[in-house]
Design a protein around this ligand. Structure first.
Ligand SMILES: C[S@@+](CC[C@H](N)C(=O)[O-])C[C@H]1O[C@@H](n2cnc3c(N)ncnc32)[C@H](O)[C@@H]1O
Length: 112
């Protein structure tokens, strides 16, 4: 990942981006609504670029087995501490995990 982007994420805003403020909350709730429509019951979900687990957390609470891959170690550390979530550092273009997965989320990790 580009150093400038890495420095941006290192500021730590990503953990609150979808939790605070109207736009963030709207994006979170709308994403949750749409994902729940497709994810089914108790599947294995891969969240690529899942950051600190903003979606992985509720997916795990819904009963899914959730794996997060993210390029930022600081994000992965937070996500990995969530119950029912396992998180690993990795690049979306060369995934460090093996399937199969029932659903793959790819929301925003295509920076290089
Ligand atoms: C805009 S945030 C989106 C986070 C979350 N998916 C969401 O919907 O709010 C993008 C995330 O993708 C990660 N990311 C960026 N480029 C990546 C790459 N090449 N491989 C894996 N993760 C990447 C960043 O560290 C960051 O956590």
């Amino acid at each position: 990942m580009d150093q400038e982007i890495r420095e941006f994420y290192a500021q730590g805003y990503e953990d609150e981006r979808l939790r605070v403020g109207g736009n963030g909350r709207l994006e979170f709730l709308r994403t949750q609504e749409v994902v729940r429509r497709f994810v089914g019951e108790r599947g294995r979900v891969l969240d690529v670029g899942g950051a600190t687990g903003v979606h992985a957390g509720w997916l795990a609470r819904d009963g899914h087995d959730v794996v997060v891959v993210d390029a930022m170690p600081s994000h992965v550390e937070v996500a990995d501490a969530l119950p029912g979530v396992s998180a690993v550092v990795g690049d979306a273009r060369d995934l460090p995990v093996d399937g199969p997965f029932d659903v793959v989320l790819l929301f925003g990790p295509l920076a290089v």
